[in-house]
Design a protein around this ligand. Structure first.
Ligand SMILES: Cc1ncc(COP(=O)(O)O)c(C=O)c1O
Length: 411
């Protein structure tokens, strides 16, 4: 492998047509813009195919192969096998389908542990199972550290704990959890584990084999792709889960039995564009990789390192302001957090801060980001929640400088 070039943010931005105006987009945890490798594939699919899959004529067969390759790319993105990945419309839908699929295996008196700091997508779907007699236990984030503490999880686990669900990284605080350690503790106690990787996957390489979780969820529209969700499940877990498709779809037809209806063909075919983009990113930076897996890992190393240089000046600035409180870890250490930073400004409602930033063509967001239960427990100064600035690797250092200048004018 030859040495890398320094990060070429101008090249990166050229891959994203929606970055052509002068707005600084810092709402990437809401959704990323889409790379041209994906857009091109959506257009090509719609222009050339437009037929149903599953028929014997050549165009249907070719279209099916493109959709299969898209599913394969989604699996590769998280280092899974193609038969371990279900493509859905969103993570909310992934969690809903998975909860329905696991429900028949649960008995009254069994329990599920959910957190309070996850996005509601990975809480509500599980809480609904309470109506079947399943006890729901809540692993609450610690109000001092603003994170989940492992020693507060262990008392919640017992021999009736069937599942722990938590996020690899909350979309509010940006804290990277020790997901591997947490998975191990829960599995050693006999529970299955479902990890919401939505706020982690745009920033760091996901490797579900290494992580070992039973289930893992990603929103592909936050990872430079189309509006779809990816639900990973270990093959034996998906095989054992109850089918959610038509009654005549066999129980061993994984993942098809877990799709209530077909996938969106053009968007699924376009998922190959995400992998293409990441490989292009690695090769453009002089990283000669022996495999697609190696290239994606190298691409995410570049992403993590560039994002650290973006987030460091923001964290430093926020810490210097004594009228600002960071909601999360006040560090830019890449092993501790992603470049999603929430804060609140004393004396200025978050709505107002976001509106003032817009005058500088800086797009941020305020609120609770659907992590409503956890945010409701936080002693926040404002009822409208916090300001969240969420960066992606295509953000330019000059955009961060503009953000800081704009913040400096808000007192
Ligand atoms: C951490 C996290 N989990 C889950 C979701 C829900 O994802 P989706 O919009 O794909 O349902 C979001 C959306 O913002 C999120 O940030």
């Amino acid at each position: 492998m030859s040495g890398p070039r320094s990060f070429d943010v101008d090249f990166v931005r050229e891959q994203f047509p929606a970055l052509r105006d002068d707005w600084a987009l810092f709402d990437n945890a809401g959704g990323s813009v889409v790379c041209q490798q994906v857009i091109g594939r959506v257009t090509a699919y719609l222009e050339t195919y437009g037929v149903q899959l599953g028929a014997s004529y050549p165009r249907s067969v070719e279209a099916a192969e493109l959709v299969r390759l898209g599913r394969k790319a989604a699996a590769d993105l998280v280092n899974a096998d193609i038969n371990e990945v279900v493509i859905t419309g969103s993570t909310t839908m992934s969690a809903y389908v998975l909860a329905q699929a696991l429900a028949p295996s649960l008995q009254p008196g069994d329990n599920i542990v959910v957190t309070d700091i996850d996005h509601e997508a990975n809480i509500g779907a599980w809480r609904r199972l309470e109506s079947r007699g399943v006890e729901i236990r809540e692993w609450r984030h610690n109000l001092d550290s603003l994170t989940l503490e492992l020693d507060e999880l262990t008392p919640l686990l017992d021999d009736r704990t069937k599942l722990l669900t938590f996020s690899h990284c909350p979309n509010v605080t940006g804290t990277i959890h020790d997901a591997k350690g947490i998975v191990r503790v829960a599995q050693d106690a006999g529970a299955q584990v479902c990890v919401d990787g939505v706020a982690f996957a745009p920033h760091r390489r996901v490797d579900v084999r290494d992580l070992g979780a039973d289930y893992y969820m990603v929103s592909l529209y936050k990872v430079f792709g189309p509006h779809q969700g990816l639900l990973f499940g270990k093959h034996e877990r998906l095989r054992d889960a109850a089918g959610q498709n038509h009654y005549f779809i066999g129980e061993d037809e994984v993942p098809y039995k877990l799709q209530p209806g077909n996938v969106n063909h053009e968007l699924t075919a376009s998922l190959a564009g995400i992998v293409d983009y990441l490989e292009t990113l690695a090769s453009h930076h002089g990283l000669e990789c022996r495999s697609s897996q190696e290239a994606m890992t190298a691409a995410f190393d570049l992403i993590a390192s560039h994002e650290s240089t973006l987030v460091a000046p923001l964290i430093d600035y926020l810490q210097r302001r004594d009228d600002i409180r960071i909601i999360g870890r006040p560090t830019s250490d890449a092993s501790a957090r992603v470049a999603t930073v929430a804060f609140e400004l004393e004396g200025k409602p978050s709505t107002e801060v976001v509106t003032l930033l817009q005058e500088h063509r800086v797009a941020a967001r305020f609120g609770d980001f659907y992590a409503r239960r956890g945010v409701a427990r936080m002693p926040l100064a404002h009822a409208d929640g916090m300001v969240r600035v969420s960066m992606a690797h295509y953000n330019h250092p000059e955009e961060v400088a503009r953000l800081l200048e704009a913040l400096d004018g808000i007192r």
